[in-house]
Design a protein around this ligand. Structure first.
Ligand code: ATP
Ligand code: MG
Ligand code: MG
Ligand code: MG
Length: 469
């Protein structure tokens, strides 16, 4: 069996042998790129190479890139715990061509790696292409011998990839693995595609255009390649499962969570362990890259992920802060590939301990309040916005944490009510200040506060170039 760490090095060696420079992962916070909240794909650090603004001494690169999809255009936070294939933090394996090779080489290289090097059963693979991309169809037929029914033409954005609202983009072809009809789900483009039977493993993007703010596009100076394969997904299939959380690395984190809470990793608390394992990775890696919990922007996304994990720890019956105790297990698994993790270990543990200690002071009471409210809710009724706001304001429950708690019970929150409760409180605070004889100062303070986003809510609701966080 190939471990996840072995798969990473096998991938980099394969492309290294084909003339690609092995480039280290870039940080999770993109440098000088206000269009992105976090690095969500391997291409992010190479944007300027695609657009021709920058050149380096290589035209082929390969990476294992740290990615977080918990905010902005790519956000999988709500999928964690619900699908077998999504994480908030994952590693994307990629190969890149900057005006070097194009489709006719990218497709064969990917196919050969999967079927010849990794030994994946070719009859289980199907692909999608952008609906007008006859070239890609022809290459798939010629090189992989795929029949028409295994090449699905897709007209949506799923096969036209971009990292954000602006920048390099292009049509793509994606490789899916069919885990078998014992698992629910349909092929891409079908109504059941959200299931876990057909799992997308690799996206090959044919970088061809640059998109601008006004929606116009120009041709890139050179046709380029950007690919991304989720390492946890390919590890799952190489380890004989369709479930990312059953792979060696994720499993060891789940076991750490189970041991620390003296509970069964596969028992009724199974989902809690999965969420904790996932959130342990995203929060630790974000802190290792310099993001600290705060009340706005990236720091608030971090705090939200932490608090979600902490609620799950609480539901497992953890009597004391849990998350910081799991960090050594993560460092044992990933510290070698990502030395920054070990370097930041004690800071990560201290921060998690401090955050969990603080949140636990109100978590229990907040959950009690939520339970009481739920008992009184009529069938099909939404949780009142005012209650969600009280949970937020008094107990430190980010709105999405409340929503996560309710989703397990098939309930939702009146989010409009939440927003107006928030607005009402702000108005009251403003009025109280202006009645205090310090009106001029107060106005200035509130203006600054509004602009800087100093309250937790502003943090949650901050608009980025990519839309709401
Ligand atoms: P999906 O449709 O399953 O959400 P995606 O189309 O959003 O995936 P891409 O943007 O094409 O994914 O990213 C390239 C690859 O990265 C995917 O083919 C997949 O292997 C992996 N990947 C994407 N999102 C995640 C995630 N949240 N967790 C783990 N792997 C992921
Ligand atoms: Mg996705
Ligand atoms: Mg997809
Ligand atoms: Mg995709």
């Amino acid at each position: 069996m190939q471990t996840l760490n072995e798969i990473r090095s096998n991938f980099l060696t394969y492309f290294g042998d084909k003339g690609h420079t092995v480039v280290p992962s870039s940080p999770l916070v993109p440098r000088n790129d206000p269009t992105l909240m976090f690095t969500a794909a391997g291409m992010v650090q190479f944007k300027n190479l695609f657009t021709g603004v920058e050149t380096r001494d290589y035209t082929r690169a390969t990476t294992a890139q740290k990615c977080v999809r918990a905010g902005g255009k790519h956000n999988d936070l709500d999928n964690v715990g619900y699908t077998a294939r999504h994480h908030t933090f994952f590693e994307m394996l990629g190969n890149f061509s900057f005006g070097d090779y194009f489709k006719e080489d990218a497709i064969p290289m990917a196919w050969d790696l999967l079927t010849k090097v990794f030994g994946i059963d070719a009859s289980r693979l199907i692909v999608t292409v952008y609906h007008t991309d006859d070239e890609a169809v022809a290459i798939w037929k010629k090189h992989a011998g795929l029949s028409d029914d295994r090449i699905i033409r897709i007209a949506t954005d799923d096969n036209f990839w971009s990292a954000g609202p602006t920048g390099p983009c292009g049509p793509c072809t994606e490789i899916f693995y069919d885990h078998g009809d014992h698992i629910w789900g349909g092929p891409p483009g079908s109504p059941e595609e959200d299931g876990d039977r057909f799992v997308e493993i690799w996206n090959l993007v044919f970088m061809q255009y640059e998109q601008f703010e006004d929606g116009t596009r120009r041709d890139l100076p050179n046709k380029s390649i950007d690919t991304g394969m989720g390492i946890e997904r390919v590890a799952a299939l190489l380890q004989g499962t369709n479930d990312n959380y059953s792979t060696d690395l994720m499993r060891s984190l789940i076991e750490a969570s189970a041991n620390a809470t003296s509970s069964d990793p596969d028992g009724p608390g199974k989902t809690h362990h999965r969420v904790i394992a996932d959130h342990l990775r995203s929060t630790s890696f974000l802190m290792a890259d310099g993001v600290m919990p705060s009340n706005d922007g990236r720091g608030y996304v971090l705090r939200r992920i932490m608090r979600r994990a902490m609620r799950h720890a609480h539901l497992l019956g953890a009597k004391d802060p849990l998350m910081h105790r799991l960090v050594p297990a993560l460092v044992a698994q990933m510290g070698q590939a990502y030395p920054e993790l070990g370097q930041a270990q004690s800071m990560i543990q201290q921060t998690l301990l401090q955050e969990e200690t603080r949140f636990r002071q109100t978590l229990d009471r907040g959950l009690k309040l939520l339970d009481e409210e739920l008992v009184m809710l009529p069938e099909g009724g939404e949780l009142a916005g005012a209650t969600a706001f009280k949970l937020y304001d008094t107990f430190g429950f980010p709105l999405d944490l409340t929503q996560d708690a309710l989703r397990e019970k098939g309930r939702t929150v009146d989010t409009d009510g939440f927003t107006s409760a928030m607005a009402e409180q702000k108005a009251k605070a403003r009025a109280a200040w202006s009645g205090s004889g310090e009106a001029a100062d107060a106005t200035i303070w509130f203006d600054v506060a509004d602009k800087a986003g100093v309250t937790e809510f502003l943090g949650y609701d901050t608009e980025t170039a990519e839309g709401k966080i």
